[in-house]
Ligand binder design. Structure first.
Ligand code: ZN
Length: 121
């Protein structure tokens, strides 16, 4: 089992935007205990008197950044943020499974999602 944190970027109602992105962070259930322990350690450093009062929104923030980086890559052809996360998408057999590009207008698209799927055929 995995925990999934999702966030979106873009607006379906905005006619100036061509893309709507749903981004997320997937954490294996077996890593939750380790992650929780690390966050407890950081909370103790931040507030040694009441570490349980420290709130983290790391997964939410990370999901937001992923959605924004992918949105910028597709909607504005801005690779600045996407290049920082591109190597982190789940891949298997040469196919980038953690990123999907749903479109029907360009069967020669060179984005990593389309390119890896086409090359795997
Ligand atoms: Zn594509």
């Amino acid at each position: 089992m995995h925990l999934l944190y999702l966030d979106d970027s873009g607006s379906v109602l905005n006619r100036d935007e061509q893309y709507f992105v749903l981004g997320g962070v997937c954490v294996p259930e077996t890593s939750v205990r380790w992650l929780s322990h690390k966050l407890d350690e950081i909370a103790c450093e931040i507030d040694p008197q009441t570490p349980t009062q420290v709130e983290f929104h790391a997964a939410t923030i990370l999901a937001d950044h992923i959605a924004y980086a992918v949105f910028r890559r597709y909607n504005a052809n801005d690779l600045t943020y996407f290049n920082c996360i591109e190597g982190r998408f789940y891949q298997d057999g040469g196919v980038m499974h953690g990123l999907a590009h749903r479109q029907t207008y360009n069967d020669r698209c060179t984005c990593p999602a389309c390119l890896t799927r086409r090359n795997a055929r």
